[in-house]
Design a protein around this ligand. Sequence first.
Ligand SMILES: C[S@@+](CC[C@H](N)C(=O)[O-])C[C@H]1O[C@@H](n2cnc3c(N)ncnc32)[C@H](O)[C@@H]1O
Length: 206
Amino acid sequence: MLILNTHNRIDYFGKSAPYYDTILSLLTFRQYAKFQKRAMEVLSPQPGEKILDLCSGTGRVEEGEVLGMELSTNMVEFAKERYEELKRVVFLHKDVTKPWGYQNYFDAIFTSYAIHELPEKKRLSTLEHSYQALKEKGRMVIADFNPQGSGIAKTILLAFFKLFERNNLNFFSFDQNEMLRKAGFKRIETFPVLAGLFQITLAQKN
Ligand SMILES: C[S@@+](CC[C@H](N)C(=O)[O-])C[C@H]1O[C@@H](n2cnc3c(N)ncnc32)[C@H](O)[C@@H]1O
């Protein structure tokens, strides 16, 4: 069982970097790639756009001028090697819960499977940093578990969190759309994926 505190989880992500995509694929019964493909369709990154991949892990966004921010140094090193030939994609070792120093800079922010990983008290401020870092017509896409699901989807998700994400169980009381609105976002759309187990959210700055 993987019951890890925040510090240990970053360590775990770092150690698993070379196998991370394979582990995710197995844990999601090979649905992860499909989910990412759908999330990219919603993000629709365009050549030349400045895009932030928030908590980038091994790196998810391949189109545009991409900056990945990630707390695990191992993940950053792995992603740098992976995208060595793509000079438009760069990675920065950064704790996204601390101020970023970017204002009206990105056309889009993408984040997958990461908001639930952040400490409960830091999720809203991270969305606020995102809002400030986006240009006036910027957009944010969040791909993650759906904590507001019901029925069998909720039962499965709860069991998964109890096994692998015990420290993040507070995610079930996280009202993401409400927090996005609080951070300033307008026009929020949510797309359920895989019978409501996951969701992709598109939030416009204005
Ligand atoms: C579940 S993984 C998802 C990685 C990637 N976005 C994906 O879709 O595969 C969560 C990632 O968030 C990173 N992370 C967690 N807390 C962070 C923080 N405060 N700042 C930056 N990255 C963080 C972890 O190191 C890990 O790589």
